[in-house]
Design a protein around this ligand. Structure first.
Ligand SMILES: [Zn+2]
Ligand SMILES: [Zn+2]
Length: 329
């Protein structure tokens, strides 16, 4: 701006400065207003794949995070890195609860940012948080990290900043029906992510439809039972063929550490072809993939490569998730 102004008259420069300030203030003001999704109480369920990534950073993908919409109710399943960005983009200005599948950090690390963002926006309530054993330890640790920040905001803004929002109501549950209100039933079921335990998935049933979230798991009987007859299964997935090539390279380079890291990763994720077979066997009507191991940029070519062969075993539609994508059963 200064360089530009030195080359023109002061009068023109004033106009120019005003124009730029006007544009900047307009942009800033728009940025302050979060989009607000209008929720239809008569609507059925849908899933928003808010974060389709894994711990390894991939610019286009937040890590594990999903929203389940049931009429005018909104629940999050996991809150990974950058989940807050996708929550805002999706216009989810209020939520009814958060469910955790397990406590690998790529599934919870975004919780503090989400709560803080709601607090700044003026939401004044204690959000219910539920998960298997470990939820309290995880939330307490997160709150401890925010204690200075929260004290500054309350000292500065007084009761304009909600204290309730930074004190979620935490419940630790065992697998079984954990929620049954106004036609919505939510069932927690065990999955197979050993040696990580507990690890669970969630089954949402509403208006004669079922949406299931796998959490992190390999393909096993407990996962299959949890997903049985789902109208929509949102599942994590790994690709053996891609990792086989990586394993060959690691072995050729004599990198035993990398070989073992890959093998240990493959042990507890859902191999794509086995997942396709399982979905067919238990009558899953639609499959939406997320938490791609390994992650890849969201391009059609990479997506086709990743799901290669799955349709040989599964007849239903396969949705390859991208951040922000909404999928109806
Ligand atoms: Zn994960
Ligand atoms: Zn995990």
């Amino acid at each position: 701006m200064q360089v530009f102004c030195t080359s023109i008259s002061n009068a023109v420069c004033s106009v120019c400065l005003f124009a730029i300030l006007f544009i900047e203030s307009t942009v800033s003001a728009q940025g302050l207003i979060a989009p607000n999704r209008q929720l239809d109480p008569e609507a059925g369920m849908s899933a928003i794949l808010l974060g389709t990534g894994i711990p390894l950073p991939q610019a286009a993908r937040a890590s594990a995070c999903n929203a389940l919409i049931a009429g005018d109710r909104v629940f999050l399943v996991d809150t990974g890195r950058n989940c807050v960005l996708r929550v805002r983009e999706a216009g989810l200005t209020d939520i009814n609860g958060i469910f955790y599948t397990h406590y690998h950090s790529d599934h919870f690390i975004g919780l503090g940012e989400i709560l803080l963002n709601y607090g700044v926006a003026g939401l004044d309530k204690s959000i219910p948080v539920e998960g298997p054993v470990g939820a309290k330890e995880m939330v307490d640790g997160m709150l401890a990290n925010y204690s200075l920040d929260v004290s500054y905001r309350i000292a500065h803004h007084g009761d304009k900043f909600s204290t309730a929002i930074m004190n979620p109501t935490v419940t630790e549950s065992e697998p079984g029906v954990i929620f049954d209100e106004d036609g919505l039933t939510i069932t927690m079921f065990p999955v197979c992510h050993e040696p990580i335990a507990p690890a669970v998935g969630y089954r949402f049933e509403y208006k004669d439809q079922t949406v299931v979230f796998s959490g992190d798991t390999n393909v096993c009987p407990a996962f299959a039972e949890g997903a049985r007859d789902a109208d929509l299964l949102v599942s994590e997935v790994s690709n053996q063929a891609i990792w086989d090539r990586a394993l060959s390279m690691a072995r050729a380079a004599n990198n035993q550490r990398q070989v073992e890291m890959i093998q240990e990763g493959l042990e507890y994720h859902a191999e794509s072809l086995a997942l396709a077979r399982m979905a067919q066997e238990v009558g899953v009507k639609k499959l939406a993939l997320t938490h791609f191991f390994p992650s890849f940029p969201p391009t059609e070519q990479a997506e086709a490569n990743f799901i290669s062969g799955m349709s040989d075993f599964y007849d239903g539609p396969i949705v390859v998730g991208r951040d922000g994508m909404e999928v109806a059963p």
